[in-house]
Design a binder for this molecule. Sequence first.
Ligand SMILES: [Cu+2]
Length: 141
Amino acid sequence: MKKSRILAIALLFSVVGTTQAHSPGEDARVYFKNLKDGDTITSPFTVEFGIEGYGIVPAGTKDKRRHTAGHHHLLVDHPGNPALDEPIPHNNNCLHFDQGETRAELKLPPGKHTLQLLLGDETHEPTDPPLFSPKITVTVK
Ligand SMILES: [Cu+2]
């Protein structure tokens, strides 16, 4: 009896330890559902955002869900990485999906473009650790 109670408490701590606030676990990832590196596409096109091991909520969510979920950002032809300890800027290279959208219609000029997802928290800051998708390059015909 006593032994099983100790085991239950140890299990509880190990579960709590792997789900820290604003800290996606090692199994969490964001990815492109319908595009892969090297694809050739025609514009306009749809981009579908995938997420596993973490949730999606609108930006500004103030309830508990903010600890285990965020919202997508699409980095388009972004030079290098955005700063990870401040809000992701709003500009043509950083598109925010504040309503919790999981897809977008994009219009890009012909040529090569890089696309990468980055998850942000309720104040648009990247989570810690940051959830980046692999950066892919697509060619618009
Ligand atoms: Cu944002």
